[in-house]
Design a protein around this ligand. Sequence first.
Ligand SMILES: [Zn+2]
Length: 408
Amino acid sequence: MPSNPLLHFITKVINLEDVKVINYHFLTDDEIVIEIENKLKVAKCPHCGNTSDKIHQNHWYRVRDIPLSDYQVLLKVNRRQLKCKKCHQVFSEELDFIKARRTYTKRLAMKVIKEVLETNVESAARRNRMTTSEVETLLKELEVDLLAEKPKKLKKLGIDEITQLKGGKNYAAVLVDLETRKPIALLEKRNKAVIAEYISSLGLEVLSQIEEVSIDLWIPYKSLIQEMMPNAQIVADRFHVMKQINEELDQKRKKEKRAAEKIKNKKERENILAGLTQSKYPLLKKKENLNSEEKAKIESVEKVAPELGKMYRIKEGIRDIFDSPITSDEALYKFLEWTETAYKYFPKSCRTISRWIDEILAYFDSRTTQGIVEGINQKIKLIKRRAYGLTNFDNFRRRILLNWYFCY
Ligand SMILES: [Zn+2]
């Protein structure tokens, strides 16, 4: 039996709350088994809430923990079964540092996840002396834990789409709790049936609490929400409206460029192309955020492609409406006014706006989603870039969710 000071020292080093080291031995030259015991004698009965110290059975097993210096560590843990003195049921105690039925500590899981997200499964496995399939299992189990609890309270829901692969046409749907900003589901297909199935699994009690649903401008969502969430106001977030307007603006830029490339006169051709080159991002930016170089770019666009320049100003006009502290009634007049000038240049966006006017105006009343939807979208884009190359949806979804929880 090792000396008490040494055990006390190891207890300090492994640094787990309410845990005392009672023994240790070397399994191999660099692998150590540390036997620990719970300092708390009593545990709370999950059935009635009463505490008990009546041991029913000891249950010793080994779990892997984070390494200590160069030593791999296995903890020998006793998850005791106790008998409740009040309701007489037998229960297993909860241990803060290991989830039930897992063979690794929570902090090892965090370390591995972090390494997987920074590098890849293979190197994280190598570093932690696990096999790749053990790491895959760990990721899978963590995902299950993260999504295990369906929300019980949900007031503001966001539904958005993400393309799964770069340039791909496969959309996945992401559902986000807009209050906690956490994703609650990532569904492989964005179609009415798949989304309806998930939504109905939330249960009537949750669905009737939902006050607001922010969606992108996709018609099938609308009827789905009206049917399934009777108390929810549908909101078309400004982000989705601006996204469509920016797309139309960018299409015009491309069109101007293609037309210029066909010009026979070399000097004229080069002059126009020089004015248009690298104008994509300045055109999408808001005017207050342009630096002097970008301002100059917008000016040169206005010179060589006046119609595109005009479209930039019209786009900024609608952004101003969204930025103004006005009511939905005032916004309606502003939109009508805007549409009159804009229709010629942004026919598609204008049609969308008129089709979604109620939902767009609802944005002015709530404004609760301001910035959140855009932030979530940016985040997905970033994560997607990291997860690039994952063709298997399960892996893709896992990466997105784990990134979401652990990297931001
Ligand atoms: Zn009990």
